[in-house]
Design a binder for this molecule. Structure first.
Ligand code: SAM
Length: 347
């Protein structure tokens, strides 16, 4: 990372000493000015504790100092946008990412434009975190022209996540989504009930659509390529799968995907969307899907799945007839079977 010049730092200090404090994390004056403005708005909006004489200026200074340590802005402001929804964020729960929202909104758009959706659609989101994925699907699908009867369930192993997801449900006034605590990894070491036990208690065994943005960063990549602020402030539980016992396997970030595919078979899912870290992991996950033999089709979506294909030819050489849609890095693997093919228009 290039060093900031003393001249630039001096200029920021003269403009406003708080701008100088933000500059090293924001890296340029324009971004630092934007963040300072958002933090100031937030400090002015917050009511002071009743017994305190703290002014908004003191609150702003505290926030700027927190931000200067690398603490993500979303944990200080308390929210992040995910599509049209403003989602509450809190330390201990992963901050929702725009790339995830792009895949989820794209899936919703395809499903909305299908004229063959069943009258009742059940969506299971595993590793739900803030609950952002089912809440956005609930919001988008329930506002379609002829919405199906919806039922969505978000599951996370962490009680902190489930509590925050419930809070987000109330904030977004979501009507069709529920949250529950369970461990996706059968026999996992958490105290949470197993996912299969949770699902057994539900009336119907079938979940038509399965979504998941699981922990997918390998322990090596976590140490060597993840941004410092992510390592320092976001929960490792959300990022890196637990050691598999055979953690020498090079792609230990892939641990969740075979489990998710087993769950998808168990609950007779017809469309599944799994987020991945990049194109290499997308190709490995697409291979797992094909090896499973129970899916009719699989494709890869990039960061902007609705944008025009630009490097299809390059990857087509390594993956035969695999379709890779959109622009940017590999972001999700989407697979389908039975009615799912018609819902996605992939017949
Ligand atoms: C990458 S985060 C995704 C959060 C959210 N879906 C999103 O897109 O922002 C992964 C989530 O998986 C949860 N998780 C980790 N291990 C789990 C397990 N064994 N069973 C269920 N959830 C798990 C973490 O608590 C975390 O919330």
């Amino acid at each position: 990372m290039p060093r900031l010049s003393p001249g630039l730092l001096r200029y920021a200090h003269i403009s406003n000493p708080l701008l100088r404090l933000l500059l090293p994390v924001c890296r340029d004056v324009e971004s630092a000015r934007n963040e300072l403005r958002w933090l100031q708005d937030h400090a002015q909006r917050l009511a002071p504790p009743s017994h305190s004489s703290q002014t908004w200026q003191t609150r702003l200074q505290v926030m700027v100092r927190q931000r200067a340590t690398g603490k993500p802005l979303q944990y200080i402001l308390g929210t992040e946008y995910f599509g049209d929804l403003e989602i509450v964020c809190r330390p201990g729960v992963l901050i929702p990412r725009q790339d995830t929202a792009a895949s989820v909104a794209h899936l919703a758009q395809i499903l909305q434009s299908s004229d063959s959706l069943p009258s009742r659609l059940r969506v299971l989101d595993l590793c739900t975190g803030t609950g952002c994925i089912p809440l956005l699907l609930d919001h988008l699908l329930s506002h379609s022209r002829d919405p199906p009867e919806l039922q969505l369930l978000g599951v996370d192993v962490s009680q902190k996540c489930v509590d925050l997801a419930e809070e987000n449900k109330a904030r977004c006034q979501a009507r069709y989504t529920e949250f529950a605590r369970a461990d996706v990894i059968a026999g996992g070491s958490s105290q949470a009930p197993s996912l299969l036990a949770l699902l057994q208690d539900r009336a119907s065994p079938q979940w038509d659509v399965l979504t998941s943005n699981p922990p997918y960063i390998s322990s090596h990549a976590f140490v060597h390529t993840t941004a410092r602020s992510v390592r320092k402030f976001e929960p490792k539980l959300a990022l890196v799968p637990p050691p598999a016992g055979v953690s020498e396997i090079p792609a230990d970030g892939d641990l969740f995907y075979p489990k998710l595919l087993d769950v998808a078979d168990h609950v007779q899912t017809q469309v599944a969307l799994f987020e991945v870290a990049d194109l290499s992991q997308a190709l490995r996950v697409a291979s797992l899907v094909r090896d499973k033999g129970s899916w009719e089709g699989v494709e890869i979506w990039r960061d902007e799945p609705g944008a025009k294909d630009d490097s299809f030819a390059h990857v087509a050489q390594t993956m035969g007839d695999l379709r890779i849609l959109g622009r940017g890095n590999g972001r999700s693997v989407v697979c389908w079977r039975d009615q799912g093919a018609t819902w996605l228009g992939r017949t």
